[in-house]
Design a protein around this ligand. Sequence first.
Ligand code: SIN
Ligand code: CO
Length: 396
Amino acid sequence: MSPRASGSITICDMTLANRGIPTSAGLLGKLSRAGFLSKHWQKRPLFVPGAIPDCGAWLQPATLFELAARDDVASRLGMRVRNRWTVHHGPFKRSEFRKLPRGGWTLLVQGVEQYIPQSSDLLGFFSFIPHARLDDLMVSYAPPGGGVGPHFDSYDVFLLQGLGTRRWQISTQKNLQLVDDAPLRILKDFHSTQEWVTQRGDLLYLPPRCAHDGVALEECMTLSVGFRAPRKLELASRFLEFLQDELPSGGALDGLYEDPDLQLQKHPAALPPAMLEKISRALMHIRWNARDVAQFTGRYLSEPAHEAVFDRPRRPLALPNFVRQVSRNGARLTLRTRMLFHGGTVFINGESHPLPPQDRTALIRLADQRATPAFMPSRAGAALLHAWYCAGYIVV
Ligand code: SIN
Ligand code: CO
């Protein structure tokens, strides 16, 4: 077991002395962000010791258990009993954890960034990757011996060690066959080719389909920054739904199927060739352009997590007061808000709005950094921001 194993994967060595303020340079060791994207992203793993000093010190196990007790939080408990894996879905009562064995189980809590404000700072380190690719922050807690078994993920992930130590093993194996009928995705055959013992602040980046296995050596918490990779088929079906809502009324696809020219046919069960011709002509009217693709993509990727609920202000400020606040204090996104932009359009929580040109700089900053300093919005900008504020998307 060597925390500095070498071999096919890159290790960025850093001395303790330069485990300083986390900058993008510290995060990726000696690699630049561009170097990481060209050499590692979606390609090969990267281990960086001390990437984020004090990583996750703001998150105690008790807070994670509290999150796992909430019915608006997605949580799972994985356990291995002899050779059988079980998985239970939350919410979990505190008393349920007390009944668990001393070791060998893992609690996984998804979407932590929606509940814990400090997560934004952590995710901020990864903003050299477009927000449109970000999925969520998952945090695991495991007593000694806990883990979710050898597996692979279909997406890119940065695994950051918080509390305790964990032994990570990874493999370059191409055989990704899974154990049949297991409630977790467990690899049938896992042969480790590299391993590290990670401690607080260490980072392990894994590209999609890289086999890995993490076992807690002591009480441990791991923070996983996961990136989303929608299935192309899902994109296509959601795009067709989008087009359905966007198709102009009064167009060639309006109205019902008609066949005043119906001809006699020998077999009543046979599909009439003329019908196929008419349907194929109608379908050819489904058209789209680059604007439709951008509108769809922005709305789709800014949709909030399905469990997200927005807290509206109980007694919202009236527009003039609200504008005064923005002009004095600026505004920031609430934790569950997702905001993207493209050209002259801004997308927020699945909605799209034209970007008021005078407020462009401030709104782009709000989307990029999740906060904007004080500024005086235009009339259109003030109306838009006020609507978002009343919906619980932003706060002042
Ligand atoms: C964990 O944190 O225990 C699991 C994370 C992973 O393997 O993706
Ligand atoms: Co994994």
